[in-house]
Design a protein around this ligand. Structure first.
Ligand code: ADP
Ligand code: MG
Ligand code: MG
Length: 878
């Protein structure tokens, strides 16, 4: 027969799937000799059985539970429901993963009108006995019949007011008896039945209520958000009660073995005397800091310190401990790995290495990369955030928190920023024309677009907070208003955004800077020893590059030249180049642009200081650069001295039905070779300039959107010829590479041919994902959520690489590329280069580098180290 119930001495910490986290640790603590009140655990398997049998607790499981209850009676020398010395128990839920506040606990079960008299006799303490009874009615009513706790609390407050008491502890026995009568009446009116007097019925109802709570909507939402399997089920722990509410030598508290906000190795916690259960966190009375316990009960304090040290050494991690003191005697009721801030996580992991408790590799594996993300950006002041009104939630497109005044177009945003305002740019979606406004804003909010929409990608690159695809708000860009379900905001109103969660809030919320200090540098030096992948930065400007280098970037993986084209002083020349009707005309515009690009490249090469810099030649469709409104067209007409009509016509000619699949990338160079030639010359001439400054320089020239060998052959030969001409003229030769971005499925399957012509492959996994699925990266969020909900896709493939499909294409390209060109350099420059799961995949493929936006570099480095540590571990176990 299957075993569904385990006494605490039958379990261990390894059994958390069966016993739940709480149960497994109660068992572990029992077995290492800590003072844990005896009890037993009904397994998660019993919960599954209960659900499979349509919410019926099987007779076998019930009988097995009863056997353990009898053992518990013997252990405690008390009897369940007894009228002279009753056994009271707690019924505590506990799933394999901690789900705070999701499921409930009932204390003091077994009390009724008769057994409470028994408790009075046995304890000789009528006050605490009746206090237990009234608490029990409240918790049972709440957990089993969903009678809101506040209704009971209200009755308590009313009585205290009537009696002029300030503290619960002032209640007399008679008061408590009155309160019990009130509670029972409340129970009857809310549930339509009497409060059950039969302890066995109380027990059965409580166990099934805990099982049921696994299915409640709150718990289901929590599991979805935290990727916890719905099938796991919860265990139920039945434990004999100890009493912290029996006077001033009793109490209850919570302690952390180290400070959970800073990580400092100092015992930390709070307690309340003469209290029970959650009183400490409920905020009814202000708890005392744990250090006071040293003065009031030095013996207990000493013992608690010993317990803490022992538990930490046993679990090799900071512990969060729940304890109760009954008449000077300490009991431990729970331990678990404590939740901590990102800064504390780093400091604790490094300290544990210094203390000889962890290896460096173990410390690196302890770091949660998602949590590190918060650390690299400012966040909202906690108390102000609690008071703030949430307006809507969009996609968490670029992390960090920001607060500012809203503007609805780039021009207004720039003006406001120049007046010294903090600006939040609010758009339906952004386009490259908005770059200037985006750069001047503190945050960007869009109603449309996904995680790889223009707004999202650019904001991440700039390290700027962005919430994208917030489709529950309506934005009217002409009227300059935005509307949520509850509020209408106009230009200049304050809005706050959390780009890590996607939430937006009404008004201004103060920010606090999060500084990474402490042991961060030391941890990152271990990371560098452990990782194999090189981590580069996607940087379009020397500023971006500086940030990336500060975070440890080892080169530039992607420098997008078009971002340079959008600056105000350049766009007229870019436009002139595009609408030129003859090659001569185009060459004049290109000559201007070349000087400007050179200035950019010199800045980037200087900052890179010899590290490789991968520059992508012009990628987007040309018409993206052209003016759209009549006003802009007329302005351009004046600037370049051409009739507006002519420009209009040209804009019209260039428009494409499907620009993403249109005349862009290397296709531009096939029709207008002089554009890429100009860029290559600018790159090489800047390199020579830097070389003359005695700084090492290593450019990689990247041709985007290649789909065949023939394209790259033609373009490469043109570029090489131009470069050789410069070298001959300057009497100098510098190293450089020409390679391709691999972002079209056809390029992956013909990679053996392309590799014969390319010195490197850089996987552009954003476009590769878009083209492999046929999902537009700007619109896919309209249906991708449903794909995830219905489990068609496990995650958003634009965030974490689709290993089965897109990953298989990358694998093919790697294999074929190496076949014909063993020296081929390979890396990733798509958004996936900053995603830990994707990084693990790229590590296993044996790529040389990943590249990501500046603020993700530390995460990418840690993820790369974790990937290689994992791989080493697997080798050992195989
Ligand atoms: P949660 O999962 O919400 O932390 P717990 O099951 O840990 O819920 O119970 C909450 C609190 O109830 C505990 O921290 C402890 O103070 C109290 N408690 C639980 N079981 C007992 C018990 N057997 N004796 C005394 N107090 C208990
Ligand atoms: Mg607890
Ligand atoms: Mg691309």
């Amino acid at each position: 027969m299957r075993k569904f119930v385990y006494h605490f001495n039958e379990g261990s910490k390894e059994m958390k799937y069966l016993l739940g986290g709480k149960g497994a640790n109660l068992a572990e603590m029992t077995n290492i000799g800590l003072p844990v009140p005896p009890g037993f655990t009904i397994t998660t398997e019993a919960c599954k059985d209960y659900n499979e049998h349509h919410q019926y607790l099987s007779d076998d499981i019930y009988a097995e539970m009863m056997t353990h209850l009898h053992i518990l009676e013997e252990e405690t020398e008390k009897k369940f429901g007894d009228t002279t010395n009753p056994l009271l128990i707690s019924v505590r839920s506990g799933a394999p993963f901690s789900m705070p506040g999701m499921m409930d606990t009932i204390l003091n079960l077994g009390l009724n009108d008769q057994s409470v008299l028994g408790l009075v006799k046995a304890t000789n303490d009528a006050r605490s006995s009746y206090d237990c009874y009234r608490r029990f009615i409240q918790m049972f009513g709440d957990v089993v019949f969903q009678i809101p706790s506040y209704r009971f609390e209200q009755a308590l407050t009313d009585l205290k007011e009537q009696k002029n008491y300030t503290l619960d502890t002032e209640l007399s026995v008679a008061d408590l008896q009155d309160l019990i009568t009130t509670y029972k009446a409340l129970y009857v009116s809310a549930s339509g039945r009497d409060f059950p007097q039969d302890p066995f019925q109380q027990l059965r109802l409580s166990i099934t209520a805990v099982f049921d709570s696994w299915e409640n909507p709150r718990a289901a939402v929590y599991r979805r958000l935290h990727h916890i399997d719905n099938q796991l089920g919860t265990a139920v722990n039945i434990q004999s009660m100890v009493f912290g509410n029996t006077g001033d030598t009793s109490g209850t508290g919570i302690a952390f073995t180290r400070n959970p906000s800073t990580g400092e190795n100092l015992f930390f916690g709070e307690y309340l005397l003469n209290a029970q259960g959650e009183d400490v966190v409920a905020g009814i009375r202000t708890p005392e800091p744990i250090s006071h316990l040293e003065d009031t009960m030095p013996e207990v304090y000493k013992q608690l310190l010993e317990v803490a040290a022992l538990l930490e050494l046993h679990y090799l991690d900071m512990q969060d401990i729940e304890f109760t003191i009954e008449k000077g005697e300490l009991f431990v009721l729970q331990t678990r790995n404590g939740k901590r801030t990102a800064q504390a996580a780093i400091n604790i992991a490094v300290d544990l290495v210094h203390e000889g408790k962890l290896t460096k590799e173990e410390a690196i594996m302890r770091i949660d990369t998602a949590q590190i993300d918060q650390l690299l950006h400012p966040s909202f002041d906690e108390t102000s955030l609690h008071a703030a009104t949430s307006l809507a939630t969009g996609l968490p497109a670029s992390p960090g928190a920001a607060t500012g005044q809203i503007y609805f177009n780039a021009e207004d945003a720039v003006d406001a920023a120049e007046r010294g305002e903090k600006v939040v740019l609010v758009r339906n979606e952004t386009s490259p024309e908005d770059i200037e406004g985006m750069a001047k804003s503190v945050a960007i909010l869009t109603a449309h677009g996904g995680m790889t929409s223009h707004a999202a990608v650019v904001a991440r690159g700039m390290g700027k907070c962005c919430v994208a695809g917030c489709d529950s708000i309506a934005i009217d860009e002409t009227k300059k208003v935005m509307q949520s379900a509850t509020a209408t905001l106009k230009e200049g109103d304050f809005l706050s955004l959390n780009g890590s969660t996607g939430s937006i809030y009404l008004g201004e919320i103060p920010l606090v800077e999060t500084e990474i200090g402490g042991h961060f540098e030391e941890l990152m030096s271990w990371v560098n020893e452990a990782k194999k992948l090189v981590v580069r930065v996607n940087a379009d400007s020397p500023d971006d590059l500086e940030v990336g280098l500060h975070f440890g970037a080892e080169g530039v993986g992607l420098c997008r030249t078009e971002h340079m084209f959008f600056q105000e002083d350049r766009i007229p020349h870019v436009r002139q180049m595009i609408i030129a009707e003859t090659k001569e005309e185009r060459m004049i515009a290109l000559a201007h642009l070349k000087e400007m690009q050179k200035a950019d490249f010199v800045g980037i090469f200087r900052a890179a200081n010899g590290k490789p810099v991968n520059i992508r030649l012009l990628d987007p469709p040309l018409h993206e650069f052209l003016p759209k409104t009549d006003r802009d067209i007329e302005k351009l007409a004046r600037e370049i001295g051409k009739p507006a009509e002519e420009i209009k016509q040209r804009v019209h000619d260039l428009a494409e039905t499907n620009p993403m699949l249109g005349h862009r990338g290397c296709r531009l160079a096939i029709t207008f070779p002089e554009i890429y030639i100009m860029q290559a010359e600018a790159i090489i001439e800047s390199a020579i300039h830097i070389h003359d400054e005695d700084i090492a320089v290593y450019p990689e020239i990247m041709v985007p959107l290649v789909s065949s060998r023939e394209e790259i052959t033609i373009i490469k030969n043109q570029l090489k010829e131009a470069i050789q001409t410069i070298f001959r003229k300057e009497q100098l030769v510098l190293p450089f590479d020409i390679g391709t971005m691999i972002e079209i499925p056809r390029a992956c399957v013909t990679a053996d041919e392309i590799a014969e012509e390319a010195q490197f492959f850089s996987f552009g996994t954003n476009d590769l994902t878009q083209l492999t699925f046929g999902f537009s990266r700007d619109d896919a969020n309209k249906f991708l959520y449903a794909y995830q909900e219905q489990k068609i896709l496990p995650t958003d493939p634009f965030q974490s690489i689709d290993q089965k499909g897109v990953g298989a294409l990358v694998t093919t390209a790697v294999q074929r590329g190496r076949m014909t060109n063993p020296a081929l350099k390979m890396g990733v420059c798509g958004e996936h280069g900053g995603d830990p799961a994707s990084i693990q995949f790229f590590h296993r493929l044996g790529l040389q580098y990943v590249s990501c936006s500046p603020y993700r570099i530390p995460i990418a480095r840690i993820a790369a180290a974790q990937a290689s540590i994992l791989e080493e571990r697997e080798k050992v176990t195989v």
